[in-house]
Design a protein around this ligand. Structure first.
Ligand code: ATP
Ligand code: MG
Ligand code: FE
Length: 332
């Protein structure tokens, strides 16, 4: 069974082919146009998806040594994401399915981030907890099976990826700043500065307060030394990152204890963060957790994870009708 999968929820246009559960490739075109605006501009994202979608699909087929006629189904990200961006992938997949007379499979992008763990390497056993940390979401998910998942904790305001990007902007770093904060943090002292952690009930998170605290902190420091940021970039980044990670892992630990689960995974763009990966490994040793950390290419947005999810949906006979439309706020 060969399935073509398309991802177009935000600012990467991606195509992948999965053959009998094995992801053969993962072609990603990252849109550069947004950099100079310091964030994703939805209208520009849609246009770039229009330009990129045929080339990425062609390349995926070519690399797999396949022809369109070899495909048994086509899958796409239905949501969550930007409406105009999702429309490009959705319309492409619908037209492709109709033209080739093959079934259509819709995929939830957040579920796919988690199912990236089944692409390669050791796979988690059920039930496991997944900390999904990305540009738009921060969730603790109880994963009961490939397609049965429950969000038990989430952010009440900003996502942690957004918090990384917004604080990076305050530091004068280009978009997306998350990877750069990570890079500087590796050379810095995580205890140089301290920031207040939000006290939120249960397994929920809040990242908007700390963002404001950082803004005021930088303002004060700059009054005394206008080069404060430039001179202390490494320590500032290390301290901010340290605080974000402590917040994330505190709730994850609490959820693991309460649910008595020791199989723990991370997913989403922020799971590429080297500090988070290292801290999770440490916790794993301390609590004898089995931890699952995805390969870098499957952390940020990619069609490989959509293909993996589509494989499980195909096996479950879960197909979508031609009347489907995107769902920007899709949940599960
Ligand atoms: P969602 O999946 O919620 O719809 P998204 O698709 O935009 O949002 P992803 O592509 O999964 O999000 O992740 C992008 C986010 O990951 C950005 O906020 C980016 O800064 C962050 N990110 C990527 N690498 C790192 C890193 N090494 N350290 C910190 N943050 C990172
Ligand atoms: Mg992106
Ligand atoms: Fe994503």
């Amino acid at each position: 069974i060969n399935i073509l999968a398309i991802e177009s929820s935000c600012d990467e246009t991606s195509a992948s082919i999965v053959a009998n559960g094995k992801v053969l490739n993962n072609i990603v075109a990252t849109q550069k146009v947004h950099e100079k605006y310091g964030g994703v501009i939805p209208e520009l994202a849609s246009r770039a998806h229009q330009q990129n979608i045929v080339p990425v699909v062609d390349q995926a087929l070519k690399e797999a040594g396949m022809d369109k006629k070899d495909l048994n189904a086509v899958a796409f990200t239905r949501g969550p994401g930007l409406l105009g961006a999702l429309l490009v992938g959705t319309s492409f997949a619908k037209a492709f399915a109709l033209g080739m007379n093959i079934p259509l499979i819709e995929v939830n992008h957040m579920q796919a981030h988690i199912l990236a763990h089944f692409i390669e390497g050791k796979t988690p056993s059920f039930p496991f907890l997944c900390l999904t940390v990305s540009g738009g979401h921060t969730q603790i998910v109880l994963v009961k099976s490939h397609l049965e998942m429950e969000v038990i904790g989430k952010t009440l305001d900003d996502a942690v990826g957004e918090a990384f990007d917004k604080t990076a902007k305050l530091l004068g770093l280009p978009y997306p700043g998350g990877p750069l904060v990570d890079k500087y943090a590796q050379q810095g002292n995580p205890n140089a500065y301290s920031f207040p952690m939000a006290e939120i009930k249960g397994y929920d998170y809040s990242f908007s307060g700390i963002k404001t605290a950082i803004l005021y902190f930088l303002r004060e420091q700059k009054k005394a030394n206008e080069n404060f940021i430039e001179e202390n970039m490494n320590d500032i980044c290390a301290s901010i990152q340290h605080t974000f990670i402590a917040m994330l892992l505190q709730k994850l630990k609490k959820a693991a204890n309460k649910h008595k689960i020791r199989h723990i995974a991370i997913a989403g763009g922020v799971s590429a963060n080297s500090g988070l990966r290292a801290s999770l490994q440490e916790l794993a040793k301390k609590h004898s957790w089995e931890v699952y950390i995805p390969d870098f290419q499957y952390c940020t947005d990619n069609a490989g994870m959509i293909a993996m999810a589509a494989h499980f949906k195909y096996l479950a006979g879960d197909f979508t009708s031609q009347t489907v439309s995107p769902m920007p706020r899709m949940s599960f």
